[in-house]
Design a protein around this ligand. Structure first.
Ligand code: NAD
Length: 365
C-alpha cells in the first residue's frame, strides 16, 4: 500500500499533509510512504527528516503509483488525471468551492474524502481537521492583534504608573473564537464574546470571558453549527453590538455558517465608533468577511487610525503545528480504513460514509 504526499502548490499554502513524526504509524500499519521532495520545507521538515523517519523522497510524477494520496488542498484536476482508478485521496475538498477537483475525482474514479465532511461526533474528534486548523487560526488572530495594537494587553503596575488592560471583543465563539479567547486571557486582556448559539455562553464563561447576551432569537442549526441570519435580525444584531464594539480596543471576528458566505457582522459605521489605534482582525475575510471593507491578506487603515487585518491562509502562518495537527487528523482517518494490513472502505461506518465524497465514478451524498 503506497502513500504519496505531494508538495502543496497553492500560493500561500505552507502546510504539509504528513510530518516526519507520524510516518512510523503508517509504516507499522503496512504502508510505504513517498514524499515529494521539498514538501515539508515551510513546516520545518527537510527531505532528510522524512528519510530518517522511514519515508522515501520522490518526484511529483510518483503520484501515478500511489494507492493513497494525502494533501492539504484539494488535488488539482491534472493531479487527479494521473491517479490510478480506485486510489484514495484525503484532503480538504469543499463540496461548495472545490467543484473542479470533485469533477476530476469522479472522472478518475478515485475514492476522495473531504475533511469538511467528517462528522462532528466524539469518535471523529481525532480526525477533525476543521477543528485543528481553526484552533491555529484563533491563536494566530490574537498574536496578530497584539502585534498591530499600540497598547499592552495586560494590566501592568509600573513605577511610571498603571497600565490598564486592553478590552478585546470576540464575535463568533466556535473553535477559533474560543481559542482566541484563551489566548487573549493568557496575554492578560479583558475579553468578552458574542455568538448566535446560546449554548456557547457556558463555554465562553468557562474560559474567563464574559458572554454578551443580546436577547435575540437563537440561531442554532444542525450539527451544532449556526444558521444564517435574516436581514432583519442581522440589522438588529448590528445595532445592539455597536456599543460593545465602541468600547473595545481590539475586535476579533470568527463567525461562519457552513457552505455560506460569512455573515456581515460589523459595518463601517460601527467600527468608526472605536477609539484611534483600535485593531480589527477579521478571520472570515477569505469567505466574504465579517467586517465591511476587510481584504484577505491585507492590513488597511480604515478610519481614525483604526487598522483592519484580513486573514488569508491563517493556519499556514503557523505551519509547523498546523501541519503536525493536520497530519494526525489524516492519519487517524486513513487508519480507520485499514483492517488486517489491507485497505477496507466500509461505508457502514458513519465517518467513512459521511466523508467519502466521490467513489467509483460517482459523487456521493
Ligand atoms: P464555524 O466555523 O462554522 O463558525 C464559527 C462560529 O461563528 C460559530 O460558533 C457560529 O455559531 C458563529 N456564528 C455564525 N453566525 C454568527 C453570527 N451572525 N453572529 C455571531 N456568531 C456567529 O463553527 P465551528 O467553530 O467549526 O464550530 C461550530 C460548532 O461545532 C460549535 O458548537 C462547536 O462546539 C462544535 N464542534 C463540535 C465538535 C465535536 O463534537 N467533535 C468539534 C468541533 C466543533
Amino acid at each position: 500500500m503506497k502513500i504519496f504526499v505531494p508538495k502543496e502548490s497553492k500560493a500561500g499554502e505552507r502546510r504539509v499533509a504528513l510530518v516526519p513524526d507520524v510516518i512510523s504509524k503508517l509504516t507499522r500499519a503496512g504502508f510505504s510512504v513517498a514524499i515529494e521532495s521539498g514538501a515539508g520545507i515551510h513546516s520545518s521538515a527537510s527531505d532528510g527528516d522524512f528519510e530518517k523517519a522511514g519515508a522515501t523522497i520522490a518526484k511529483a510524477a510518483a503520484i501515478n503509483e500511489a494507492d493513497v494520496v494525502l494533501s492539504v488542498q484539494p488535488l488539482t484536476p491534472p493531479q487527479f488525471q494521473q491517479l490510478k482508478s480506485g486510489a484514495i485521496t484525503i484532503s480538504f475538498l469543499s463540496p461548495v468551492s472545490a467543484v473542479e477537483s470533485i469533477e476530476a475525482a469522479v472522472k478518475a474514479k478515485t475514492t476522495s474524502f473531504s475533511l469538511e465532511l467528517v462528522p462532528r461526533i466524539s469518535r471523529a474528534q481525532s480526525m477533525d481537521a476543521l477543528t485543528s486548523q481553526a484552533l491555529c487560526a484563533g491563536y494566530r488572530a490574537v498574536l496578530v492583534a497584539a502585534e498591530i495594537s499600540p497598547r499592552f494587553f495586560p494590566l501592568l503596575m509600573t513605577a511610571a504608573g498603571t497600565v490598564t488592560p486592553a478590552n478585546v471583543l470576540v464575535l463568533g465563539a466556535g473553535v477559533a473564537g474560543l481559542q482566541a479567547i484563551a489566548t487573549v486571557r493568557r496575554l492578560g486582556a479583558v475579553v468578552s464574546a458574542y455568538d448566535v448559539r446560546p449554548s456557547s455562553a457556558d463555554e465562553v464563561k468557562s474560559m474567563g470571558a464574559s458572554f454578551i447576551d443580546l436577547q435575540l432569537e437563537a440561531l442554532e442549526g444542525a450539527g451544532g453549527y449556526a444558521r444564517e441570519m435574516s436581514e432583519e435580525r442581522a440589522a438588529k444584531q448590528r445595532e445592539l453590538l455597536t456599543p460593545y464594539i465602541s468600547k473595545s480596543h481590539v475586535l476579533i471576528t470568527t463567525a461562519a455558517v457552513p457552505g455560506k458566505t460569512a455573515p456581515r457582522l460589523v459595518t463601517k459605521e460601527m467600527y468608526q465608533t472605536m477609539s484611534p489605534g483600535s485593531v480589527i482582525v477579521d478571520l472570515a475575510a477569505e469567505s466574504g468577511g465579517n467586517v465591511e471593507g476587510s481584504i484577505a491578506g491585507e492590513t488597511i487603515e480604515v478610519a481614525n487610525g483604526i487598522k483592519l487585518w484580513g486573514g488569508k491562509d491563517v493556519p499556514s502562518q503557523l505551519p509547523f503545528h498546523a501541519s503536525s495537527l493536520y497530519s494526525r487528523n489524516v492519519v487517524n482517518l486513513l487508519l480507520l480504513m485499514v483492517k488486517d494490513g489491507a485497505i477496507n472502505i466500509d461505508f457502514a461506518d458513519e465517518i467513512i460514509n459521511a466523508a467519502a465524497l466521490t467513489h467509483d465514478g460517482q459523487k456521493r451524498g
